[in-house]
Design a protein around this ligand. Structure first.
Ligand code: ZN
Length: 142
């Protein structure tokens, strides 16, 4: 819930920023004439093209940033580690990059191989008690 709320907040902030930019462009080019100069005025059409590219780039950056955030605490995921193996996929699994939340909330596995179409990244939340796994190893040694 918090994760999607943060995405909505970022999108709303970006929409407000681009709205201000849109108003500024319209104010600069519509000040003296009431007609829409799109495709008639090179300056205005170029400004609209740059505005569109900036909007698309901003949207891409927002989605890219959101993918690499912890689903619980919203911090950036850290410590990328390659796992799996290209020549030994059947033995060690498909090659992937794993990111973790430094506070132990979960692991994001981003696959490097897209054999069966585009695979989205896989988020696995961790148990709240991070010592449980180590304690179970200790139990098995006794
Ligand atoms: Zn976290």
């Amino acid at each position: 819930m918090r994760y999607w709320g943060y995405l909505m907040a970022k999108l709303a902030a970006a929409a407000m920023l681009m709205g201000v930019l849109w108003s500024l462009i319209r104010w600069v080019f519509f000040r003296d004439s009431g007609q829409n100069p799109f495709a008639h005025d090179l300056g205005y059409t170029s400004a609209m093209m740059l505005f569109f590219l900036a909007s698309a780039g901003l949207l891409y950056l927002i989605v890219w940033d959101q993918r690499y955030r912890c689903r619980t605490c919203l911090r950036r995921l850290r410590m990328p580690m390659t796992a799996g193996s290209w020549p030994n996929m059947l033995l060690f699994g498909q090659p992937r990059t794993e990111y973790i939340c430094l506070y132990g909330h979960g692991t994001l596995k981003v696959p490097e191989v897209q054999i069966t179409g585009p695979n989205g990244p896989d988020w696995e939340p961790h148990d709240q008690d991070i010592w449980k796994e180590l304690e179970s190893l200790e139990e098995s040694k006794r």
